[in-house]
Design a protein around this ligand. Structure first.
Ligand code: SAH
Ligand code: MG
Length: 217
């Protein structure tokens, strides 16, 4: 089942976007999103940042005729704050002196021609998850990398993944020496497998795709 690759203009928009998603993993995400899109349910991302991966989710959502949802408070993760390794000074709102990736995300999405296929949910992931009440075709976890954040994303969003739907996790590093920002995503991946509700579909570098095969979590 060879999934359609994104069109050249989508790939160009993806390559031009600021962010933390390498091309190979992005293509695996896109393929998963096309697959999950067949369920006719929304595809949700935790961790918008400047919209790099959201472009691919949105393109797949457009193909499938569903909506992509993307959650972020847009104030950046711990490791993206001033003084830390993943900080980008261009993401700081000069007036407030705080990170704000929402304007860049909006520009990125508009330039990619994908605005109408995406609903941006601006706020803290657990707070939004708490009031969320409908099934999702895909949940992509790419938010905060502390155990607190990664576990909250898992507990908040994974219960909404429909049967046959996909759970995609980024930054899964089984070897401690390979990781950049901690192994919480790896531990969440292990939790999903241990639940018995998911089986692994594919692994592309640090991106894991799991399918829900039974109810629970
Ligand atoms: N998917 C992006 C990268 C995401 S970086 C890409 O392709 O480039 C992680 C993002 O998660 C950051 O923008 C940060 O603001 C967000 N984040 C971290 N913890 C969060 C939380 N608890 N709620 C909402 N967003 C959060
Ligand atoms: Mg990531």
């Amino acid at each position: 089942m060879a999934a359609a690759a994104p069109k050249p203009e989508i790939l160009a928009a993806f390559e031009a976007a600021k962010g933390f998603m390498p091309l190979g993993e992005g293509l695996a995400l896109h393929e998963a999103a096309l697959d999950a899109g067949r369920l006719g349910l929304p595809l949700l991302e935790v961790g918008t940042y400047c919209g790099r991966s959201a472009i691919l989710l949105a393109d797949a959502a457009r193909e499938a005729g569903v909506t992509a949802l993307t959650v972020d408070h847009h104030r950046g993760s711990e490791e993206q704050q001033p003084g830390w390794d993943y900080h980008d000074p261009e993401t700081v709102d000069a007036e407030l002196g705080l990170m704000d990736t929402l304007p860049t995300f909006r520009r990125t999405l508009h330039r990619a021609g994908l605005e109408e296929h995406v609903v941006a949910l601006v706020g803290r992931s657990p707070q939004i998850a708490k009031i969320w009440g409908s099934p999702l075709g895909l949940v992509f976890i790419d938010g905060g990398h502390t155990d607190e954040h990664a576990n909250a994303d898992y507990e908040g969003w994974v219960p909404h993944v429909a049967e046959g739907g996909l759970l995609v996790i980024h930054d899964v590093f089984p070897e401690p020496e390979d990781e950049f920002t901690g192994q919480a995503p790896y531990r969440v991946y292990l939790r999903a497998l241990a639940s018995g509700a998911f089986t692994e579909v594919s692994a592309t570098d640090s991106l894991r795709v799991l399918r829900r095969v039974r109810a629970g979590i």
